[in-house]
Design a binder for this molecule. Structure first.
Ligand code: GL1
Ligand code: MG
Length: 220
């Protein structure tokens, strides 16, 4: 069987979720809006525009369009300063092992991220060439939990959604995978990601046998 394994980027392949958090928190505080880890959980997997919209909503603030775009650029600059020195050392544990196993088993590999910085980050950590297709924030018009990002990946690979497996660290991303009719695998906290078909703390808990079972499962 040929299946497609679709990976989210931030918080799944690389530990960049923390940098997004720090950058959004700084922005929120500059507007006098408090920003908790819990709120951050709701922003994970959410596009840049929608993240800022949510923060403003939480703070009950309305701002001009011009200020909105200025704030988005500032957030991105702050984020880019964190990832400037990023290298392969920031790949999360055992991600390379799983990617290599999938390549060995001749499975399709896709990226499905809301980030507009996704391609640059994959280049930085030298994983770009492992992906058969990349769908990121520059390709989609609807943000997770809309399934667009994953459906585009499946389409590009010519594999039906039922034969796709999604790795996600965000609630929005798990919802998107479920809506797309794909198998959803949460990477992170079981309580937060309880809507996923499977949850692991990280890739070190995922055995090759588990991947092989997913590959062998026939969907009728
Ligand atoms: C956008 C948001 C981030 C994060 C990613 C998805 O990234 O700004 O906070 O939610 O989408 O993981 P970016 O700004 O790089 O397009
Ligand atoms: Mg993520």
């Amino acid at each position: 069987m040929k299946k497609a394994f679709i990976f989210d980027l931030d918080g799944v392949i690389v530990d960049t979720a923390k940098y997004h958090f720090l950058a959004w928190q700084k922005l929120a505080h500059s507007l006098g809006i408090s920003f908790s880890e819990e709120q951050n959980e709701q922003l994970k997997g959410v596009s840049r525009v929608q993240s800022l919209e949510k923060i403003l909503e939480w703070g009950n603030k309305t701002i001009s369009e011009e200020r909105f775009s200025r704030l988005m650029s500032e957030k991105n600059e702050e984020y880019l300063s964190y990832i400037a020195k990023m290298d392969a050392g920031e790949i999360l544990p055992d991600v390379p092992r799983i990617l290599e196993h999938l390549i060995l088993e001749n499975q399709a590999i896709a990226l499905g991220s809301a980030s507009k910085n996704a391609r640059a980050i994959l280049e930085k950590v030298q994983l770009y060439d492992k992906f058969n297709t990349i769908v990121d924030g520059t390709n989609v018009s609807k943000a997770k939990p809309d399934p667009e990002v994953f459906l585009l990946g499946a389409k590009a690979l010519g594999i039906s959604p039922e034969n796709c497996i999604v790795f996600e660290d965000s609630v929005a991303g798990i919802k998107a995978a479920n809506i797309a009719n794909m198998i959803s695998i949460g990477i992170g906290n079981q309580e937060v990601l309880h809507e996923a078909d499977y949850v692991f703390n990280d890739f070190t808990e995922i055995k090759e046998e588990f991947i092989n079972q997913l590959v062998a499962t026939k969907i009728v």
